[in-house]
Design a binder for this molecule. Sequence first.
Ligand SMILES: [Zn+2]
Ligand SMILES: [Zn+2]
Length: 313
Amino acid sequence: MYSLAQHKLTPNFHHQICKNQPPLHLSQVYCSTTTSRSKPKPNAKSLVIESRPIQVLSTTITTNNQLSPMLSDPSLQSTWSHRAWVATGCTTLLISLGESIKGAMDLNMWVEPILAGWIGYILADLGSGIYHWAIDNYGDGSTPIVGPQIEAFQGHHKWPWTITKRQFANNLHALARAVTFAVLPIALVWHDPILEGFVGVCSGCIMFSQQFHAWAHGTKSRLPPLVVALQDAGVLVSRSQHGAHHRPPYNNNYCIVSGVWNEFLDKHKVFEAMEMVLYFKTGVRPRSWSEPASEWLEEIQTPSQVQAQAQAQ
Ligand SMILES: [Zn+2]
Ligand SMILES: [Zn+2]
């Protein structure tokens, strides 16, 4: 239903790891205070700057310190194959929605197809959340079929901002391909306006969910005003809601179409309940139980910061 291989870094990309570069050092800033009265300390309020080595930010520096490959890497660019799949997916959606409108006109029946489309929009958000939860928490790169998507989501948690640099067709092609295979037969065979209305809107929301997701990582000043208005109105998943997904404890706000299901699912701990059931049935622990979830810690440096740091060394 929902296939995302966009964030996976190409082998070539990994091979650009700065073989000759020492590990980067990031600075962490802590503000520490004490309320002890018995042993007052001269620097009770102190700013402690601690430098510690962390994992090499291997994907942002080339061996010759050129512009970060994060921005120039071909894995972020659209290919003609990507564009062709997006065009095919959009054609599929137009056929499905066109069939729905044609059937509605022939039967003079509008309420039911519109209602079906609205239900499709609501359920697409739920589907995006369930799928996102599943691949965030279970399996790995070797998992059949969805392995690349699991790796991709791990990469997205590490470098969330790269999604804003990814070109449109590059970001959507995997979903467009899935929609084409799943929906085109339905669109061509069934001519029920209600079914076509549901399928067309639901699959359309799923196909474009990666674009909604990318917008949720954008900044308000750089997003189109209409997108900001739709986010603020709750039609599209909001920046604040999805931002919470990228902060500890990394186990909430999984839905990325409208986000309308997030509050309900998180308030009632639906995913936590599903994790418990799976754990007692299979013994498999979800990734979100791991503390700390180091693989989900975001590398906060931007390419320009890394490049500047590399040149200073
Ligand atoms: Zn996630
Ligand atoms: Zn995200």
